[in-house]
Design a protein around this ligand. Structure first.
Ligand SMILES: CC(C)(COP(=O)(O)OP(=O)(O)OC[C@H]1O[C@@H](n2cnc3c(N)ncnc32)[C@H](O)[C@@H]1OP(=O)(O)O)[C@@H](O)C(=O)NCCC(=O)NCCS
Length: 156
C-alpha cells in the first residue's frame, strides 16, 4: 500500500474534493448538477474556509499527489464552554482506500489541533444507517454517542 501523507488543504485542492464527493453518489443535488457547478462551489467554499483560522481542512494524499480523502473541522467559540467546540462536518475516504487507517489518521489530526487550540470538546453528527456508525468507527476511538441531546435541522 502506498504511503499516505496528511496535509492541510490549499486553495488549489477544490477539484480533488469535488471528485471525492461526486464519486460517493450520495448527494442528490451534486449528482444532478454539471461537474463545473460542483467545481465552482467547492472553489468558493474552500476559499471561505481558508480565509481565516476558523476552519481546518486536512487531506490524505498518495505519493503521486492524488487526494484520497479529506476531513473538515470548524472551530466554534461557545460562550458557555471554557474552550471552543470543534465541529467535524465532513469525513470522506475514496472507496478503494477505506479500511486502511486513513480515516482514523485524519480524525487524529483534528483531535491534535483541537488539543492545541485548547478546545472543550469535538462534536459530529452521522447517520445511523451508515457503515461508519454500524462499524463503530467513532466509538472505537473514544467518541460517545449522546442519548440526551436531540439533533434538529431546519432545511432552507
Ligand atoms: C467512515 C470512513 C471515513 C472511515 O475511514 P477509513 O479510512 O475507511 O477507516 P479506517 O481504516 O481508519 O478504520 C478505522 C476503524 O474503523 C473500522 N472500519 C473499517 N472500515 C470501515 C468503514 N468502511 N466504515 C467505518 N469503519 C470502518 C476499522 O475496522 C477500524 O477499526 P480498528 O481500528 O479497530 O481496526 C470511510 O469508510 C468513508 O469515507 N466512508 C464513507 C463516508 C462516511 O461514511 N463518512 C463518515 C460520515 S460522518
Amino acid at each position: 500500500m502506498p504511503e499516505i501523507a496528511i496535509r492541510p488543504a490549499v486553495k488549489t485542492d477544490a477539484p480533488a474534493i469535488a471528485h471525492i464527493l461526486r464519486s460517493t453518489g450520495w448527494f442528490e443535488p451534486i449528482n444532478a448538477e454539471p461537474v463545473q457547478e460542483t467545481l465552482n462551489r467547492m472553489d468558493r467554499h474552500l476559499k471561505l474556509c481558508l480565509a481565516d483560522n476558523s476552519h481546518s481542512i486536512y487531506l490524505a494524499e498518495d505519493p503521486q499527489g492524488g487526494v484520497v480523502g479529506y476531513v473538515s473541522a470548524h472551530w466554534l467559540p461557545y460562550f458557555f464552554l471554557s474552550g471552543p467546540e470543534g465541529f467535524v462536518s465532513e469525513l470522506f475516504i475514496e472507496e478503494a482506500y477505506r479500511g486502511q487507517g486513513i480515516g482514523k489518521r485524519l480524525i487524529q489530526e483534528v483531535v491534535r489541533e483541537a488539543r492545541e487550540r485548547v478546545c472543550s470538546r469535538l462534536m459530529l453528527v452521522t447517520s445511523r444507517s451508515r457503515e461508519a456508525y454500524q462499524r463503530e468507527f467513532y466509538k472505537k476511538d473514544g467518541w460517545q454517542e449522546r442519548d440526551d441531546i436531540a439533533n434538529f435541522v431546519l432545511k432552507l
